[in-house]
Design a protein around this ligand. Structure first.
Ligand code: HEC
Length: 141
């Protein structure tokens, strides 16, 4: 009898552990995606040359989470063309820090942003130019 109870408890523990592990895997799944579910409408202006280069870098490194044109991607990452990220609330420096160190979730519930490797200061500076041009066109500042 004791043995049966022990076995049942062991099985229950195993099931619980498997569930926990699966949940963990779910949370840690790579959030880079090509699926696009924009969260805000973004009008794209005539971009300057630097911003166009920034758009390319953004597309390859950020858009999976932040959406095409920084419009956000439901379930993955927030829009950057958004009042929260206007220059006097998130200055240009916050982009460099975000890319270098990642971001701990604090404004949204998408989870943390991991650091993004392989970008130069100049790449990030072009991304900032791009995002600011989009923000200005869309009345963020
Ligand atoms: C894996 C998904 C992911 C990728 C890839 C990603 N981000 Fe993020 N990023 C996030 C999330 C999620 C947040 C919001 C965290 C919060 O405040 O809750 C965020 C926040 C930010 C912020 C705000 C920082 C702050 O101080 O609050 C900036 C700026 C930013 N990202 C820029 C970028 C740039 C530039 C790239 C590409 C080089 C990039 N992100 C790639 C998920 C991502």
């Amino acid at each position: 009898m004791k043995k049966t109870v022990g076995a049942v408890v062991a099985v229950l523990l195993l099931v619980a552990a498997a569930g926990w592990w699966q949940g963990r895997q779910e949370d840690n799944r790579p959030r880079q995606t090509t699926q696009a579910a924009p969260m805000v409408a973004v009008a794209v202006p005539e971009l300057t040359g630097l911003a166009r280069q920034g758009a390319d870098v953004f597309e390859g490194n950020c858009a999976g989470c932040h959406g095409a044109n920084g419009a956000g991607n439901e379930g993955y990452g927030p829009p950057l063309v958004h009042p929260i990220y206007r220059p006097n609330h998130h200055a240009d420096g916050s982009f460099f820090v975000a890319v270098q160190n990642g971001v701990r979730a604090h404004h949204w519930t998408f989870g943390d942003m991991p650091p993004v490797a392989g970008l130069s200061q100049s790449d990030v500076s072009k991304i900032v130019t791009y995002i600011r041009e989009l923000q200005r066109r869309n009345g963020v500042f």
